[in-house]
Design a protein around this ligand. Structure first.
Ligand SMILES: [Zn+2]
Ligand SMILES: [Zn+2]
Length: 448
């Protein structure tokens, strides 16, 4: 592979904690290249923003160019940026944390040290702990967002205001950022693993499901309040408890559901599943004193941070109810096949992906709650064992003398073709207590 006949005349070495793209800009700047396009011209290669996303295939594709340009081995050059790759791994289920969006920066650090820190691009970092100021997303003089050009290492890429002339505006750092600044790398990883788990609940507190977010960085400039609350969720049992209660109440109200509905209680399973006692011990609540007064759940972040599919599945104001297939299956305790046959029979609405009409979308929470309420009207709960013959759902197949699927039985019940009784004395029931034969439940658990 011959892309450069000689290394560049000036060959800087990366600084610890430097952003890979920032290093590339420094290399360009020192060798008289203003834009990334100029640089990539030298390599006779196409520039893609993914190239700067450490650990991506494209990163490894372009790494040899830069290694050659500074006359260093790929392995040695790569070492400087592995920490970002590691952190990306930690939180990859949630956010493209180290994905390169528009520049976020501390102008004072740039003016003093002349390089871009990689942590400024992390989703959870909103401040510079050295200068105790907010990180900037735009030039304070002209308000323009910055470009990834070599000028950025000295001044505004739009109005050319030198960063050295920008006045420092000090603010108090959020407690979790203060805590992070003092942590070792190993501690930091463990801490972030938890923080990023809980921030999902904090960013969209009243959503039925949590999955990858889309372009969270671009749509949320200051994430402090979400991470502050995520830390409280991660470390304080009563905050989690209050959160779950509040959230359930909101669903009951909005879905006009009955006050007791185990479907809604089970929604909290992912929240409680993540509870980790040793984490709370190792990382006690950020402030020295327990937070006093009422802890407010943050307002939901914009729906624009949701995955594209989720944004398109529902109207903007009700993508809250979207469920992933595994969530629908878990809440209904049904296999995907059973749910699909219920969709075919019209029990649930048939909706398909915006991108492909062949891809079915799982029934949303509002539909599940509605089905649950309808079941209450067709299933009689008998407090004591009645004198007449009763049939539990689980026995219905044999009771009717025919082998039927659960979906068929459910439809028959909804159509009032058969009467169904349960001898359960509990006030409320889960669908799985009524609907499932052991075989299906086992198959579901195996496939989940
Ligand atoms: Zn700074
Ligand atoms: Zn400017």
């Amino acid at each position: 592979m011959e892309f450069l006949s000689h290394p560049y005349p000036i060959r800087p070495r990366p600084v610890d904690g430097e952003l890979f793209l920032g290093f590339v800009l420094r290399l360009a700047d020192m060798n008289g290249r203003e834009t990334l396009a100029d640089l990539f011209c030298d390599f006779k290669s196409l520039r893609q923003s993914r190239c700067f996303f450490v650990r991506s295939d494209d990163f490894y594709r372009v790494l040899p160019y830069f290694a050659k340009a500074i006359d260093m081995s790929c392995t040695d050059l790569r070492k400087y940026f592995m920490r970002d790759g590691l952190l990306h791994e930690v939180a990859s289920n949630t956010f493209y944390r180290t994905k390169i969006g528009k520049p976020v920066f501390c102008p004072h650090c740039i003016a003093e040290h002349g390089y871009i820190k990689s942590k400024w691009l992390y989703m959870h970092i909103n401040h510079c702990e050295v200068h105790e100021c907010k990180l900037l997303h735009a030039c304070p003089a002209c308000g323009a967002e910055q470009k990834w050009e070599s000028k950025l290492l000295h001044r505004c890429t739009n109005c050319a205001k030198p960063w050295a002339d920008v006045a420092i505006v000090q603010v108090a750092l959020p407690a979790y950022e203060q805590t992070l600044a003092k942590m070792s790398t190993t501690q930091e990883e463990a801490y972030l693993e938890h923080l990023y788990h809980y921030v999902k609940f904090s960013m969209r507190p009243f959503d039925a499901t949590y999955d990858k977010y889309h372009k969270a960085i671009e749509h949320l400039q200051d994430t402090s309040k979400y991470f502050e609350y995520a830390h409280l969720l991660a470390t304080l049992e009563y905050v989690r408890h209050d959160y779950a209660k509040h959230r359930k109440r909101r669903f009951i109200k909005d879905l006009r559901s009955e006050s007791i509905n185990k479907l809604l209680t089970n929604l909290d399973a992912p929240l409680h599943a993540a509870n980790d006692e040793s984490f709370s011990l190792n990382f006690p609540a950020v402030s020295k004193e327990q937070p006093s007064g009422k802890i407010e759940i943050p307002d939901a972040a914009t729906y624009k941070i949701l995955t594209v599919n989720r944004m398109r599945q529902h109207a903007a104001n009700d993508n809250r109810y979207h469920l992933r297939w595994e969530d629908s299956q878990r809440l209904l305790s049904m296999s995907r096949n059973t749910i699909v046959s219920l969709i075919d029979r019209g029990v649930f609405k048939k909706r398909t992906h915006a991108t492909s009409s062949a891809k079915l979308i799982a029934p949303a929470l509002d539909e599940l709650v509605e089905l649950h309420s309808r079941l209450r009207t067709i299933i009689k709960i008998l407090p004591t064992k009645p004198s007449f013959k009763t049939a539990r759902w689980s026995n219905l197949g044999s009771y009717l003398g025919k082998k039927r699927t659960i979906a068929e039985l459910l439809i028959a019940g909804l159509n009032r073709e058969i009467s169904i009784y349960t001898s359960s004395s509990v006030e409320d029931f889960m669908i799985e207590e009524l609907l499932f034969d052991v075989g299906e439940l086992e198959r579901f658990k195996l496939s989940a």
